[in-house]
Design a protein around this ligand. Structure first.
Ligand SMILES: [Zn+2]
Length: 234
């Protein structure tokens, strides 16, 4: 950690964990222990980070607690909830409260079984971070596309979609929840392109031609998109 710094250390641990989940994890007892160990190491590194002296204000330490957001969404992590007296969890419960995850995304459920939502969120963490970064870049600006996705239509979609929202950069919880929803609802970049073109007045055949895909693929994609992601604003 002295060599690479805390942020790089956390990234490295996360990458190792992700690599394991994606390639080796068979959900065996040993695998679970290994994942739990890596999670503990990450928590340890995060704990070290929080122990760093802050420059000035008392807010530094609290600020470092990242408002206690779950790694995978905009809900606060269990420990943060507990610290603020909002948790209903019984204090005698032998389960350790999670520093890093909300109750929906904790690695294990209260009965000790493995939590599928954790695994799914871990698999999609890169996409979550990507969507969150795009939404964050765009959310405060109403004059031009700024998502910088590398694709003009995807940028157009995020620009138009955010016009219909009232989010600001400070609404971190809502932004994180929105990014989570996009990932969980599988609003892929392809679907964003289709929605952008539809908003620009293209019909399904024209969208298919433009994106060089089958028209059926366009209509299938459109059917699968939840209403909340359609661009409401004219
Ligand atoms: Zn969560």
């Amino acid at each position: 950690m002295q060599l690479v710094g805390i942020a790089a250390m956390v990234r490295l641990q996360r990458q190792l964990l992700l690599a394991f989940v994606l390639t080796h994890d068979k959900q065996s007892g040993v695998d679970r222990c290994f994942i739990a160990t890596l999670e503990t190491l990450i928590e340890l590194v995060m704990a070290c980070k929080r122990k760093q002296p802050s420059n000035k204000d008392m807010g530094g330490l609290n600020g470092q607690r990242l408002k206690g957001f779950c790694r995978f969404c905009g809900v606060r992590a269990e420990l943060a909830m507990f610290a603020e007296g909002e948790s209903q969890r019984d204090i005698d419960e032998h389960l350790r409260l999670s520093n890093l995850y909300c109750s929906a995304h904790r690695p294990k459920t209260p009965d000790g079984s493995w939590n599928p939502a954790y695994r799914q969120a871990m698999r999609s963490v890169t996409q979550f971070d990507l969507e969150l970064a795009r939404l964050s870049r765009q959310c405060a600006i109403r004059t031009e596309p700024l998502a910088k996705s590398g694709d003009e239509l995807v940028d157009t979609y995020i620009f138009r979609y955010m016009l219909g929202q009232t989010l600001h950069l400070a609404d971190e919880a809502e932004l994180r929840n929105l990014a989570r929803l996009m990932v969980d609802m599988k609003l892929t970049d392809r679907k964003k392109q289709i929605l952008a073109l539809q908003k620009l007045g293209f019909n399904q055949s024209e969208i298919a031609r433009r994106l060089e895909i089958e028209r059926q693929a366009v209509s299938k994609a459109l059917r699968s998109i939840p209403d909340c992601f359609r661009i409401s604003i004219a």
